[in-house]
Design a protein around this ligand. Structure first.
Ligand code: CP
Length: 318
C-alpha cells in the first residue's frame, strides 16, 4: 500500500498542510496506547526499524524506540561509537549492509544537514529524519504542533514566537514551516548574531526584545543555546544572554496572560529559560515529550503505508 506521506519523512517544508494535519489526526488517538497497563498494539508486527543515531539524543531516540516497540516493530539501535562507522565505513555502506539484512525503515539523526535526504535517495527503506544538522527536525515540529493544537483546537491566527538560537536550530526551521502551513503567525526573537540573515524571507516577524515577543505571542517556543555548534563571539556571556533574552517569571508577570511556554529540550536552565518558568503553570514542556511518542507512532504507521484508521489501533483492534 502507498503511504499518504510518500516514502520518507525528511522535513515539514515539503509536506502539505493536509499531510501535516493527517499526521496530527493520526497521532491524537495513539496517545491513549501509552496510558494503558500493557502498552502494545500489533500494528507494525513484522516490521524491522533501525535507529541510526550519530549525534547525542535523549528524547528523540528514546521516544522513537518506545513508539516502535509499542507498535510491535522489531528495533535495532546503532550509534557511531561501537559500529564500523568508527572505522571509516560510510553512512550509505552502513545502511546498505543493514538493508541486506532485510530492514524496512531507518530513523536517522546526523550532525550534517542533508544527511537524511542523502540516505533516502540511496536506499529503498523508508527514511525518517530525526534531526539533521541545522536543517530540520520534523518529528519535533510535529509534536510541537500537536501540543499547541491540543490546547487551542486550531492554530489558525494564533501567534507563536520562537526565541533564542534560531541560527543553529533545526527545530526552529521545522516549526516555522509547520506553523505557517497550519495558519499560525510566526515570529522569532533573539540577538541578531543568532538569527539567520535570511530569516525575514521565511515570512516571520522579528523581535529584538524578549519583552516585545512576550507581549505579542500566545506561545513562546524557547530554544536551547547550542553552545556545541557555536564558535566564540555569538553572545558576550551566558549571564548576559539570560539578563537580556532569558524567559523569566518576572518578565511573564509583567504581561499577565494565558501564554504557553514550550522548549524542545535539553534545557539550559538559568540561561534561555528560568526554572520557575520551565516548571511553572504556563509550561507545556512535558506535554511535548508525551506527544513525541504518539507523533512518532503516527509517522511510523503512515509511512508503513497504512490508511488513517488509527482510532481502531487505539481501541486495540488492529
Ligand atoms: N528535542 C530533542 O531533539 O531532544 P534530544 O536531542 O534529546 O533528542
Amino acid at each position: 500500500m502507498t503511504s499518504p506521506l510518500g516514502k520518507d519523512l525528511l522535513g515539514l517544508e515539503r509536506l502539505t498542510s493536509e499531510q501535516i494535519s493527517l499526521i496530527l489526526d493520526t497521532a491524537e488517538p495513539l496517545r491513549e496506547i501509552s496510558e494503558r497497563a500493557i502498552k502494545k498494539v500489533p500494528t507494525l508486527r513484522g516490521a524491522t526499524v533501525v535507529n541510526l543515531f550519530f549525534e547525542a539524543s535523549t528524547r528523540t531516540r528514546i521516544s522513537f524506540e518506545f513508539a516502535e516497540k509499542r507498535m510491535s516493530a522489531d528495533t535495532v539501535n546503532v550509534a557511531a561509537a561501537g559500529s564500523s562507522i568508527s572505522k571509516g565505513e560510510t553512512l550509505v555502506d552502513t545502511a546498505r549492509n543493514l538493508e541486506a539484512m532485510k530492514i524496512d525503515m531507518v530513523v536517522i539523526r546526523h550532525g550534517s544537514s542533508g544527511a537524511a535526504h542523502f540516505l533516502a535517495e540511496r536506499i529503498q527503506s523508508n527514511v525518517i529524519n530525526a534531526g539533521d544538522g541545522t536543517h530540520e527536525h520534523p518529528t519535533q515540529g510535529l509534536l510541537d504542533l500537536l501540543t499547541l493544537r491540543q490546547r487551542w483546537g486550531s492554530l489558525q491566527g494564533r501567534r507563536v514566537c520562537i526565541c533564542g538560537d534560531v541560527l543553529h536550530s533545526r527545530v526552529a526551521r521545522s516549526n516555522i514551516w509547520g506553523l505557517k502551513k497550519l495558519g499560525a503567525e510566526v515570529a522569532v526573537c533573539g540577538p541578531r548574531s543568532l538569527l539567520p540573515n535570511a530569516v525575514g524571507e521565511m515570512g516571520v516577524t522579528v523581535f529584538d526584545r524578549i519583552e516585545q515577543a512576550i507581549e505579542w505571542a500566545d506561545a513562546l517556543n524557547v530554544l536551547r543555546l547550542q553552545l556545541e555548534r557555536m564558535e566564540s563571539g555569538y553572545i558576550p556571556s551566558l549571564r548576559e544572554y539570560n539578563r537580556v533574552f532569558g524567559v523569566t517569571r518576572e518578565r511573564l508577570e509583567r504581561a499577565p496572560k494565558d501564554i504557553l511556554i514550550m522548549h524542545p529540550g535539553p534545557m539550559n536552565r538559568g540561561v534561555e529559560i528560568d526554572s520557575d518558568v520551565a516548571d511553572g503553570p504556563h509550561s507545556v514542556i512535558l506535554d511535548q515529550v508525551t506527544n513525541g511518542v504518539a507523533v512518532r507512532m503516527a509517522v511510523l504507521y503512515l509511512l508503513a503505508g497504512n490508511s488513517p484508521k488509527l482510532a481502531d489501533a487505539a481501541k486495540g483492534t488492529v
